[in-house]
Design a binder for this molecule. Structure first.
Ligand code: GDP
Length: 209
């Protein structure tokens, strides 16, 4: 498929809780992952906008829900990462409450992208989070990041191993994308996925009218 044209992407607002998020008029896609997984880089790569999501923000510092509007059509949401070793139990609890309530209450949330480093085996914070999403019947997909750091063979082995480990406790492997912020691998597929879902969302909205 041809490269999707450059997108327009603009920062809208940072919200401390779901109640202060923007109107739920547009389809929305959330991005989440452990600190340093490459979330900011992926967001910048998808939108071709350097510095849109700040790369390597101080871990634990930003605990806000960040909304960006893309093509004046859909919201891209940068959620604060999880799994910081350094934050206190109280902070962790606050984060969990904020994120869980956002994920459960946000009516226009179409899908959450859960980012995992393509070099690693399934990590407990990620699989626990996926388990919770699945229990709550909240749609999500996995994005394997930083694939340029592996050879083709290593990547196949690593993803194969990830799938194998997941299938030890999951009935099916969740849908996944492989990506590299460096080479833009995965950009077309992820944006096509979003475009398709936007169409379904528009049809769904019409059916309610
Ligand atoms: P975040 O904390 O999840 O937002 O992660 P960042 O986007 O800040 O990335 C963390 C580090 O990984 C930075 O040094 C990035 O340059 C690097 N990084 C992120 N994505 C990629 C990628 O696709 N390829 C490579 N080689 N490095 C990446």
């Amino acid at each position: 498929m041809a490269n999707p044209p450059k997108l327009s992407a603009e920062f809208v607002v940072s919200s401390p809780n779901v109640a202060s998020c923007p109107d739920e008029k547009q389809a929305e896609y959330a991005f989440i992952g452990r600190s340093n997984v490459g979330k900011s880089s992926l967001i910048n790569m998808l939108t071709s906008t350097k510095g849109l999501a700040k790369i390597s923000q101080t871990p634990g510092k930003t605990r806000l829900i960040n909304h960006f509007i893309v093509n004046e059509e859909w919201f891209l949401v940068d959620l604060p990462g999880y799994g910081y070793a350094k934050i206190s139990q109280t902070e962790r609890k606050k984060w969990k409450e904020m994120i869980n309530s956002y994920l459960l209450k946000r009516k226009n949330l179409v899908c959450t992208f859960i980012l995992v480093d393509s070099r690693h085996e399934p990590q407990k914070p990620d699989t626990e989070f996926m388990g919770w999403m699945s229990m709550k019947q909240l749609p999500f997909v996995i994005v394997f990041t930083k694939t340029d750091k592996l050879s083709k063979r290593q990547l196949e082995d690593s993803i194969g191993n990830y799938i194998k480990k997941m299938l030890e406790s999951w009935e099916d492997m969740p849908q996944f994308f492989i990506s590299s912020a460096k080479s833009s691998l995965g950009r077309d597929d992820i944006l096509s996925f979003i475009r398709e879902n936007n169409k379904h969302y528009a049809t769904y909205l019409k059916s309610l009218a």
